[in-house]
Design a protein around this ligand. Sequence first.
Ligand code: DGJ
Length: 728
Amino acid sequence: MILFNEDQRYFLLEGDGFSYLLGLSPQGDPHHLHWGAPLAADPLMNLLVDWRTRSSETSPHVTMEHQRREFPDFGHNDLRAPAYHLEQTDGSRVSEFVYAGHEIVPGKPDFTPLPSSYAEEGDEAQTLKLLLFDRLKNLELELHYSLYPRRNILVRRNVLRNRGGGPLHILKLMSAGLDFPAGDYRLVRFPGGWANERRMQQGPLLQGLTRLESRRGISSHDMNPFAMVTRGEADERRGEVYGFALAYSGNWAMEAEVHRTGWLRFHAGLNDFDFKWRLEPGETFVTPECVMAYSGCGFGPLSRSYHRFARERVARGRWRDRARPTLINNWEATYFDFNQGDILRIAEAGKEAGVETVVLDDGWFGERDGDDRSLGDWFENAKKLPKGLKGLSGDIHALGLKFGLWIEPEMISPRSRLYEAHPDWCLHVPGRERKTSRSQLVLDMSRPEIRDHLLETIGKVLEEAQVDYVKWDMNRSLFEVGNEALPPGRQMELSHRYMLGVYDLMGRFNQRFPHILFEGCAGGGGRFDLGLLSYHPQIWTSDNSDGLDRLFIQYGTSFAYPPIAQGAHIAASPNHITKRGTPLKWRALVALSGNFGLEVDISKWSAGEREEVAGYVRLYKEIRPLVQFGDFHRLESPYDSDRTAWMFVDDRKEEALLFVFQVKPWKKGVKAKPVRLQGLDPAKAYKVQGVKTGFSGKKLMKEGWLPKPFRNPKKPYLCELYRLKSKV
Ligand code: DGJ
């Protein structure tokens, strides 16, 4: 519920699990008063009295810097980082937006193609549109707060309208911002690199500015656009945690500034680096959205709020609520070196193992025998596929399998027919050398005629080959970002226009092919964010399919993103990237914890191994509803010890899956501790498949359970999956 108290001029946004309170200062500046545990009447009154005293203080020493603000401007006496920075027609950058009215509306406005989470049931969300007005310049800034009271989610974004007589330049406009009260704050972030995504890192926030960002044109492998602030120490079950997840796949930034007072200012939104947007009179600019969540009981509940939200109100379309098929992908098995026969052989072996979809990865088009050519030439390679894609797809469909295809629409190889025909279609700076990365250039997705061409050419392939699944890849960062289409004064708009173009094209593909399941990919997980998930309901988590590294990568990814969204495949051992060997069972259990598939030519494996794999595929089909739609609980972190454990529980707490991974045996003399389970019904009794004794949910959660093999593990890479059922 969102309430406005007219007498005292405050807004109270009340969810089941948190309250968010903001007040209007006598001057009309929105002040941040509280975000955290639900407020009872007395604490609310105390907060208001406190704030009133501070905000009405007239001493010349009390500046705006001594107020906790909601969306701070630039140019007055608050010299902390501003939430926006606007260059006006007369060159001034000083803004003065004050309260000019508000609306509280049911549901949530949509700003597609910018990724927008949505509301479905009548009263599930409410939006406060807080209108601020800069009278001198005739500018309107609308702060949007969409509250999902039962989901513990608050989504913020802003809309700026130029009602003035001249153009305005936006130098910075964040999506969300607030000033936390004094405290001992820590920041949890998810940095990494290619094949090493979303490694969890946490540390104290000290006085000064900490900035997380991507300047790479993609949300990036290097830093994920999701972060958490904790007040003091937090763990899975304890502590106050605040989450910020940007629904954006391009350049983004988050700023955490600890002021000398101990207050913490936090902003999240578009990166202002190399950004400048010209807003003509009458035009509107909308920011990406920031999905915020709060938990008073540690990381676990916060992650589950995000998981459910991403699954149910970010993902869209026919595949949102459907079980995702198991698949076999040829990439790590063949790279570019395959022919029709190889793919059919892999398909047949996949079918024998029980998988449902065969995905033909990179290399099927143009003269693509290596990564240095043919991107953009979206017609099949007749040498590799003499019966054509249509023939191959027909054979695969005849096996009773679905057919999936890899594409990389946003790219162009200098060695391609497309480049010969349209050398100006790539991002480039006129007169400068065009430097490639992975031998490829980037198509200028801001240009509608290029998007139309892609929809037409790739659309034709998807139609003719009756494709059921698409892996949409994107294998490089953006640099030399320029074009001849935009005037010089608008060149700094290009990175954002690129992303808007990508979203537009993805949306048109989804509309034209509603039956196709799209999987996102950017050299593995280089664009793993809520923006992409609103177009592609699942993403290839990482190019690193090594069983041990994947444990860390999937663990880190799970803080914001649900297991159903994480492509997780069994690959060969030793691994193609790390060269490390891990047992098949280990790789399988890691893959069974996500959106399961195979990334290997199992036709070359022994009969015994193929049988083992078939067993995992069968098992996945049985546990799929729980893994893909159940609640996920991290029990033990791979960062804290040599053992990791996580579990899945269904809505009714009747079924659960417990995964335990022991990387190394315990050191001599160290006694193994029981694994403490979560999410069960304390009042229910549970039976663990294959274990004689039953347990009460209360005991499993309070005291824990140490499965026999983990009491004294002798071998490395010991792992088990336990299936729990409540006894009726
Ligand atoms: C990067 C992806 O992450 C891989 O899975 C594979 O599709 C290659 N690109 C193909 O070029």
